[in-house]
Design a protein around this ligand. Structure first.
Ligand code: MGD
Ligand code: MGD
Ligand code: SF4
Ligand code: MO
Length: 731
């Protein structure tokens, strides 16, 4: 029997509504095709290649169908998942008894965005054992977004609707491919075209003619790593030319004069020389942006990876603020919430809050917990550094440190030094190969899904999430394969807690730090009657603006009433957005004092490596699927054809890409869209350190070019992951 059913792709945060063709055979449902859903009101038939490869991801040969544990000889053998939960629980109990709860850490990766119960139960489990060592991929991504929100405050009316804007600025993000921050996630190319047809002027800052830069009215094809100079320059022009929003600033901003003074040195000539962009384009960008009626700017991983991630995001927030680039009283709010709790959007600031210096202290680099979470780049050191508090057990939930953490050699040493490494995954990831226990999990289409995560991503920054009251729920549409033993991530923690007699309290916060729209959704987890994933969903949605039961009535998704209007400032509120934060402006002054020409001139390492996303893979997921890798399961190094000539290589040649400390090899692909002197490679490829020679099987791991102990952010520990000086030589 074949049926076509609507469901949700949860591979990335876009959460596209799709159609799955489900074949039932012997009482078991299997997904054979995924296409766009023309009846979905916002996606209207859109999907990307990754979504269309969901059947392959669910049914491929390499999929992990049973939990395995490591033998003395390093091989892995199957083990009953309930037995694995007991064994892991016992070993955790012994580790805690000997070394204390801090010895147990958890790392949560990106797929958790599609599985809202997984990370929350991991966190509940850590709380129950008394450990605060809970890490996520956020602090090796864009932690500056939350740090700057804490230092600057947040406009409670939210940012304007992309579809109504006349100018939009994107710094180092490429949402047409990434569906991440910038153009909210539903068919971003179409959305951009529609907005441009209505007159939107797109401004893009990127060293590469990215997919969005190709469509930009103004493209600043800058040197990587100079976004703070560009932003300070734009603010300077806008203030000097009196293009800022005086009324908004007077009513809502503190520290305007400090900001104004701090950017004075960033003149158009200085910035043009420093960032390698024409002065005239910089002036155009500032004027077009500031003169637009409705506009906003946001950024992505590019600027975040090339150092000063907090400063860049902070200046970006200041740019939006001095232009008053927000939704005002009486206007429709962009994100009215649907599966998130109802709130009253107001035309007023939420004031700054503490950004770091609280919670668990790390033993490395003086780092602490932060508004962006615990500093993940320091976790390998926390594992390797002997002494009181050393981390001895790590549980990864849908995360792949060996593919994604900075400094792959150090990461591998850390993974090997652990007394206990457990990973919950859907395949034998490179981390899984080192793990003592690999817990085989269900894939997304085998579990119920809902669009709440796609909405909740708005808490991470601006320009992300649905821009209306959209919601969708989907039951599980496929059954697990015959003969498999697969668990839902939360269930593994449930079973361990049961064995250890721990009471868990499942909790999800809506918002960041003190910036919260409602109290936590809390559910004490009963040990007498085991909950189902549906019970968790009910708890998470208990305060949803649109009740879950209502959402379930619309299997293709629904846009509910979207006319939530931003209310005026509350009586007596004198909160302000802070544009003069001392730490940030000190950093801006420090950057100004740098001899930038000397920093840019690295003759021994004349090229700059930058990261970029690949349309067919979601970080390390999908690389082994032929439909996605086209028979080339590796990551090429993209080089400008003139640079290829200079290096003396042609397409498909192998080159060595070396930093001062390490090197990787990769196959050359010509890319005329790059700025000269800049090379790009996609991340999350490569096997283990010793697999270097099998590039054609795994590709190369760019984490090997990243150090955690040289250039790193003093607050989040985020290392330099882009704009890395490299030498390139033919092999
Ligand atoms: N050099 C360099 N490093 C980077 C980056 C870069 O650009 N360059 N990018 C950084 C960024 S932005 C991020 S977010 C991180 C990503 O860091 P991670 O999220 O740790 O990396 P992924 O490769 O996405 O790891 C996800 C793992 O989850 C597994 N998985 C997939 N689906 C499921 C599921 O349904 N359930 C479970 N349990 N597991 C599943 C996958 O097989 C994979 O092993 O990497 C960071 N590291
Ligand atoms: N297809 C696909 N989609 C994904 C992912 C994936 O792996 N594949 N990963 C997901 C994840 S985890 C994340 S965090 C998001 C990331 O989403 P984005 O931040 O949009 O990531 P990219 O698409 O790599 O875009 C980054 C851009 O920054 C540019 N860049 C590099 N260095 C600099 C710099 O110093 N300054 C400036 N201004 N630009 C620079 C690059 O050329 C690139 O065009 O994407 C998510 N979506
Ligand atoms: S954009 Fe993201 S959610 Fe949409 S189909 Fe592609 S991977 Fe799935
Ligand atoms: Mo990310």
């Amino acid at each position: 029997m074949t049926e076509i059913v609507p469901t949700i792709c949860r591979l990335c945060i876009a959460h596209c509504g799709v159609l799955a063709t489900v074949e039932e055979d012997d009482g078991r449902r299997r997904v054979t095709q995924v296409t766009g859903d023309p009846d979905n009101p916002i996606f209207r038939g859109y999907t990307c290649p990754k979504g269309r490869a969901l059947p392959e991801l669910h049914n491929h040969e390499g999929r992990l169908l049973r939990t395995v544990h490591k033998q003395a000889d390093g091989t892995h053998l199957p083990l009953d998942s309930a037995e694995a939960a007991r064994e892991v629980a016992q070993r955790l109990r012994d580790i805690i008894a000997q070394h204390g709860p801090r010895a147990v850490a958890c790392y949560v990766g990106t797929p958790n965005a599609g599985q809202p119960t997984a990370a929350a139960m991991g966190s509940a489990f850590l709380r129950a054992i008394g450990s605060r060592m809970f890490f996520t991929s956020n602090t090796i991504d864009q932690p500056g977004k939350q740090i700057s929100m804490a230092l600057h405050g947040k406009w409670l009316g939210g940012e304007p609707d992309f579809e109504q804007a006349d100018a939009w600025m994107l710094l180092g993000n490429n949402p047409i491919i990434s569906k991440s921050a910038g153009i909210p996630g539903q068919n971003p190319a179409q959305k951009l075209k529609d907005a441009q047809d209505k007159g939107l002027q797109l401004i893009v800052v990127d060293p590469r003619v990215s997919d969005v830069a190709r469509k930009a009215a103004i493209h600043l094809q800058c040197r990587p790593g100079e976004d703070h100079a560009i932003l300070a320059g734009l603010i300077n022009i806008i203030i000097n030319e009196n293009l800022y929003d005086r009324d908004f600033v007077r009513a809502n901003v503190a520290g305007f004069d400090r900001l104004s003074n701090a950017v004075q040195g960033y003149t158009p000539e200085y910035v043009a020389d420093r960032a390698g962009v024409p002065e005239s384009k910089l002036l155009d960008a500032a004027r077009v942006f500031a003169k637009a009626r409705v506009r906003h700017a946001n950024s992505g991983t590019g600027p975040s990876f090339s150092m000063y991630c907090n400063l860049k995001e902070y200046l970006l927030a200041c740019l939006n603020t001095v232009c008053g680039a927000y939704t005002r009283a009486g206007q429709r709010v962009t994100r009215p919430n649907a599966m998130l709790p109802a709130y009253v959007p107001r035309a007023q600031p939420f004031p700054p809050f503490k950004a770091w210096g609280f919670g668990e202290k790390l033993r490395v680099h003086g780092l602490t917990d932060t508004a962006a979470g615990m500093p993940t780049a320091a976790l390998a050191d926390e594992i390797l550094q002997a002494g009181e508090g050393q981390v001895r057990a790590l549980i990864c939930i849908g995360g792949n440190p060996m593919a994604a953490w900075p400094d792959q050699r150090k990461t591998q040493k850390a993974m090997e030094a652990l007394d206990l490494l457990v990973t919950l995954d859907v395949e034998m990831s490179s981390t899984a190969r080192l793990a003592d226990y690999v817990v085989a999990c269900k894939q997304t289409l085998e579990t119920p899904g809902m669009s709440q995560s796609g909405e909740a991503i708005k808490y991470f920054g601006t320009g992300i999430g649905f821009s209306n009251a959209y919601a969708q729920y989907s039951p599980a549409v496929a059954d697990v394969p015959r003969g498999s033993d697969l668990v839902e991530e939360w269930d593994f923690f449930y079973q361990m807690a049961d064995y250890l007699n721990l009471d868990l309290t499942f909790a999800i916060a809506f918002g960041f730090s003190r910036y919260q729209e409602s109290p936590y959704a809390v559910m004490p987890v009963s040990r007498n009657s085991k909950p189902t994933i549906e019970d968790f969903y009910e708890a998470i949605c208990a305060n949803s603006r649109i009740p879950l039961a209502e959402v379930k009535k619309y299997p293709h998704g629904q846009v509910f009433d979207s006319d939530v209007i931003v209310q005026p400032r509350e009586e007596g509120c004198d909160d302000r957005l802070e544009c003069g934060n001392g730490d940030m402006l000190d950093q801006l002054a420090e950057v100004y004092r740098q001899d930038y020409r000397a920093l840019q001139n690295t003759p021994d390492f004349p090229y700059r490596y930058i990261p970029r996303r690949h349309n067919n893979f979601m970080n390390s997921s999908g690389r082994s699927i032929e439909k996605l890798n086209g028979g080339r399961p590796w990551n090429p190094v993209w080089i400008h054809p003139d640079d290829m000539r200079e290096i003396g290589v042609s397409a498909d040649d192998m080159v060595r890409i070396a930093t001062q400390h390490d090197s990787i090899s990769a196959m050359v692909e010509s890319d005329p869209t790059l700025r000269r002197g800049v090379v790009a490679i996609a991340h999350a490829f490569g096997g283990l350190v010793e697999d270097e020679s099998s590039y054609r099987e795994h590709g190369a791991n760019t984490g090997r070019l990243v150090r955690t102990d040289e250039d790193f952010d003093p607050i989040t520990g985020m290392p330099r992951m882009g704009n890395i000086p490299v030498a390139i030589t033919p092999l």
